[in-house]
Design a protein around this ligand. Structure first.
Ligand SMILES: [Zn+2]
Length: 192
């Protein structure tokens, strides 16, 4: 049997490193995995900030979000990590772009400077729970009305109407959710 020549072995071994470095620079949301390396301070196991003076505020939003979401959707098994960016530069370093906030599966959430509000944090914690309960891959195959409709509907987002298609997604999810009798939302989601 012919062995792979050493230079190919080296290339194969270094490929994951090259991909990881490229993702760090070009797919910036992956920085939630190592937020300290992206320049924010994680002042607790779950809450990171770019402005230490606003840590208390961030911590309160995080605690409120968890306390709100948990009884609605059963307990969270993991400990979601949330990065609160007070500055645009921080949000940009995580590639937030036009988004107010983003959740990268169960790896972490970034809250942008305009999203320090209870309903935004709840919305992102709901996305975390979706990834935890349905799996990152499973979530990719769920319909958008379910994924976004749940996050907008159960976070009690006060904006009405939301920009489309989110208003329709929210209405559709809330009607589906209200019709559940014996199944939990996660059991019913398996059939979607
Ligand atoms: Zn969302």
């Amino acid at each position: 049997m012919q062995s792979i020549c050493p230079s190919w072995k080296v290339r194969l071994l270094t490929l994951p490193i090259i991909i990881a470095v490229a993702a760090w620079f070009f797919v910036k949301p992956v920085r939630v995995i190592l937020p300290e390396a992206a320049g924010v301070s994680c002042l607790s196991a779950s809450v990171c900030v770019d402005d230490a003076a606003r840590f208390r505020e961030a911590n309160e939003l995080y605690a409120e979000g968890l306390a709100f979401v948990t009884p609605l959707l059963e307990s969270i098994h993991g400990r979601p990590r949330v990065i609160f960016c007070a500055s645009r530069a921080c949000a940009d370093s995580f590639g937030l772009g036009a988004r107010s906030a983003v959740t990268l599966a169960t790896f972490g959430t970034v809250i942008g400077p305009g999203a320090w509000k209870p309903y935004y944090v709840r919305h992102e914690l709901i996305h975390y729970l979706q990834a935890e309960r349905l799996g990152t891959l499973g979530l990719l195959f769920k319909p958008e009305w379910f994924v976004e409709g749940m996050a907008y509907g159960l976070s009690q987002d006060p904006r009405a109407p939301l920009a489309e298609p989110f208003e329709s997604h929210r209405r559709r999810f809330l009607a589906w959710h209200a019709a559940l009798v014996k199944q939990t939302v996660w059991q019913a989601a398996e059939g979607l």
